[in-house]
Design a protein around this ligand. Structure first.
Ligand code: ZN
Length: 379
């Protein structure tokens, strides 16, 4: 029997090329309207006879080929537990094996998926929860709602938003962890946070890319994190809706949640180089990073991105735009597709559970800085 490869489902992405004996050749499909690709998620069925080698033959042309060395594919037979499997990268081809004795039907993904369906369940769980309000901030180009959940009564507006890049599925796992923590009214840290801040959470800024199985762009092939200087209804209604709402609330603290293909560590990036930079505003960002690193072994400040020179910040990116526009303590959180090498987990690598735990750690760290963060933050 010939194996069957299928990605015609919520968030799926793969193109079947050929099967030759026990070797199955595949390609990742480009984001619609762009050249980006790296996210894959597919089902393989009919594997019970022998050992199979899967080869993603166009991996070398992906958006971040430096993401493949040291990366391990996630595999699941129950779509709940996503374990790392041995993965090779040679000559632009990503390859991994599957023994039919371990499952006749298996799902493979770049990272544990967080699907549109799971997003809908997340909204259902929190939109009507005590203390929470829900609002739609507009619609995506495919007509999907941009969901905002708000909780808390404090004077400082805090925005946590995720998944501008839809293939970075760990981001919405982190948002699930943040929402769970902020819904726990019995927790003293949560109560202190909700007294000090009003939290505005956008769990998924790019529902179209999520459903389409994109890596980096929306339905029009637009990278949303290059639109914040001038979002438009035609190209980036997702950003237009969120930024308009931010203009209404102001922003004191902001975290934009991402995944990084290459660096095997959690880190934050700031807003160096914005025209309105002050050392006092920047120091609060650095202090947050130091405190988070002291608080959890799943964070560090040694590895990360380079800093923009004075006056050279890219204001099309949300963290820079929000720091500039509102004077906010703004940051981009990057989580790995690989693992957090300082505290590795050989079985699962960086994972949904650890993403959720990191959300808790960021909130606990924020709670230690309540008195330091100005409540201002209006445009
Ligand atoms: Zn990203």
């Amino acid at each position: 029997m010939t194996p069957s490869i299928n990605a015609a489902f919520d968030g799926g992405n793969i193109h079947f090329v050929a099967v030759d004996g026990q070797r199955i050749d595949l390609e990742i499909v480009r984001d619609h309207g762009s050249d980006f690709y790296q996210w894959f998620y597919f089902r393989a069925a009919g594997l019970r006879e022998g050992r199979w080698t899967f080869r993603i033959v166009n991996a070398g042309g992906s958006a971040y080929p430096m993401g493949w060395p040291g990366y391990r594919t996630r595999a699941s037979t129950d779509r709940g537990a996503w374990r790392q499997i041995e993965t090779r990268y040679d000559d632009g081809v990503l390859a991994f094996d599957w023994d039919g004795a371990d499952g006749d039907v298996v799902w493979f993904a770049y990272f544990a998926p967080y699907t549109t369906e799971r997003h809908a369940s997340l909204i259902a769980r929190f939109a009507n929860a005590p203390g929470f309000t829900h609002r739609e901030l507009g619609r995506s180009l495919d007509g999907q709602p941009i969901d905002l959940l708000t909780v808390g009564s404090g004077s400082r507006p805090a925005w946590i938003y995720a998944r501008q890049h839809p293939g970075e599925s760990m981001c919405e796992w982190l948002m699930e962890g943040a929402l769970e923590r902020l819904a726990d009214a019995t927790d003293p840290t949560t109560r202190a946070l909700l007294d000090a801040f009003t939290f505005h959470l956008v769990p998924n800024m790019n529902p179209d890319g999520t459903r389409r199985g994109h890596l980096r762009t929306n339905a029009a092939g637009v990278n949303l994190n290059r639109e914040w200087h001038a979002p438009s209804a035609e190209r980036s209604p997702e950003v237009l809706g969120v930024l308009s709402a931010m203009d209404g609330t102001g922003v004191a603290y902001a975290m934009d949640v991402h995944g990084d293909e290459a660096i095997p560590a959690n880190f934050i990036a700031g807003f160096e180089g914005i025209p309105n930079w002050t050392d006092a505003q920047g120091e609060l960002f650095y202090e947050f990073g130091r405190r988070l690193a002291a608080h959890t072994p799943d964070f560090q400040t040694e590895r990360g991105y380079g800093k923009a020179a004075a006056g050279r910040a890219n204001l099309s990116m949300s963290t820079n735009q929000i720091a500039e526009r509102f004077g906010a303590v703004a940051m981009t959180l990057e989580m790995p597709f690989k693992d957090h090498d300082l505290n590795p987990d050989p079985e699962f690598g960086w994972s949904p559970e650890r993403s959720k735990a990191l959300a808790h750690a960021t909130l606990e760290t924020l709670a230690t800085m309540i008195d330091l963060i100005p409540s201002g933050g209006r445009r």
